[in-house]
Ligand binder design. Structure first.
Ligand SMILES: [Ca+2]
Ligand SMILES: [Ca+2]
Ligand SMILES: [Ca+2]
Length: 185
């Protein structure tokens, strides 16, 4: 039994919870892909919108390359423990391509969030995303946004997002700003 106590384990556990939605017992491909539709819907986008399709493709690649191999007991579901162990194994096996796949997913996620299409995420877009998808409070999200906005210019650009993605999925540092990528940590 893997215990969820380290910083990285806690973060992976949160990703698991997002992917698992309300399903008991583990995650399946259709549910992972439906995350794209759900996020799009939060921004009023139809399921065939290009931004939604892009996120669905990135999630499908992540499923094919990483997640589907994690069902080690072969019961057709990737449960919490299989997911956390599997993500750590993917990172150890080939961190560069693992981070490339995660980066593509996070970029697609953020492009849905970039409602005014100016290429960066402002605080209002960030707050809208997580208030609608995670139900986080605006005050907590303001703190998260300030952590991720490394140069303090009021927007998150692709470099800041990429750095946060790398930290989120690899760092054990409890103070890493990237820990806040998916809202309050
Ligand atoms: Ca399983
Ligand atoms: Ca924007
Ligand atoms: Ca910035």
């Amino acid at each position: 039994m893997t215990t969820v106590d380290g910083v990285l384990d806690r973060k992976l556990d949160r990703v698991y919870a997002m992917l698992a939605a309300d399903r008991e017992g583990g995650i399946v491909e259709s549910e992972v892909l439906s995350l794209a539709d759900n996020l799009g819907a939060a921004f009023g986008l139809p399921t065939d919108a290009p931004k939604v399709s892009r996120l669905r493709s990135a999630l499908a690649e992540l499923w094919q390359a990483d997640v589907r191999h994690m069902d080690t007991d072969g019961n057709g579901l990737v449960d919490r423990e299989e997911f956390i162990v599997g993500m750590r194994r993917s990172a150890a096996h080939d961190q560069e391509s693992y981070l490339r796949r995660l980066g593509a997913m996070v970029d697609a996620w953020m492009s849905i969030c970039d409602a005014d299409d100016n290429g960066v995420i402002d605080q209002q877009e960030f707050t809208t995303m997580y208030a609608r998808t995670l139900g986080a409070s605006p005050a907590d999200l303001a703190v998260a946004f300030a952590k991720l906005d490394l140069d303090g210019n009021g927007t998150l650009d692709s470099q800041e997002i990429r750095k946060a993605t790398e930290e989120y999925y690899t760092s054990e540092d409890p103070e890493a700003p990237g820990n806040w990528l998916f809202g309050p940590f």
